[in-house]
Write a protein that binds this ligand. Structure first.
Ligand SMILES: [Zn+2]
Length: 144
């Protein structure tokens, strides 16, 4: 049997009840006050309930958003998306300033590497390739 949502006017609360489909539109007694609760349409749940809004029965101190339980009432929403239900944010991108700095650093490092490569020196300015001191050809003294 499907689950339906009902609204109790007296309690200003929403509760769920499992009903046979053909009885879904009939009023269901509220679990708290026993007054008849009218069935609500799903469009009604497109709000976070609490504080002046209908609350969920049984009341666990939580809020309901689009039929899902959340701890906080949505203050800022992207469309109907509750922040608690939203997908995890991608890793924060660097600010424009930070991006520029890292890029300049990278370019600088590359330039420097190229320079060192050309001149055969390490980052301290010492030659990377040992410049061979040409061996002095042995003088072969002419015999005699
Ligand atoms: Zn009630």
């Amino acid at each position: 049997m499907p689950l339906y949502e009902y609204y109790c006017d007296d309690c200003n609360g929403i509760f769920e009840a499992i009903r046979p489909m053909r009885e879904a539109s009939l009023a269901v007694p509220c679990p708290e006050c026993d007054h008849e609760g009218e069935r609500i349409m799903s469009s009604f749940t497109a709000f976070t309930f609490r504080d002046g809004y209908p609350r969920r029965i049984p009341d666990k101190g939580t809020f309901w958003h689009m039929g899902k339980e959340v701890k906080q009432r949505a203050t800022r929403m992207k469309g109907w998306e509750h922040p608690e239900l939203a997908k995890p944010k991608p890793t924060p991108r660097l600010t424009r300033g930070e991006t520029r700095v890292t890029r300049e650093k990278r370019i600088g490092a590359r330039k420097e590497a190229r320079y060192r490569d050309r001149w055969g020196i390490d980052k301290d300015g010492f030659p990377t390739v040992k410049t061979k001191t040409p061996e002095k050809p042995k003088r072969v003294l002419p015999a005699g």
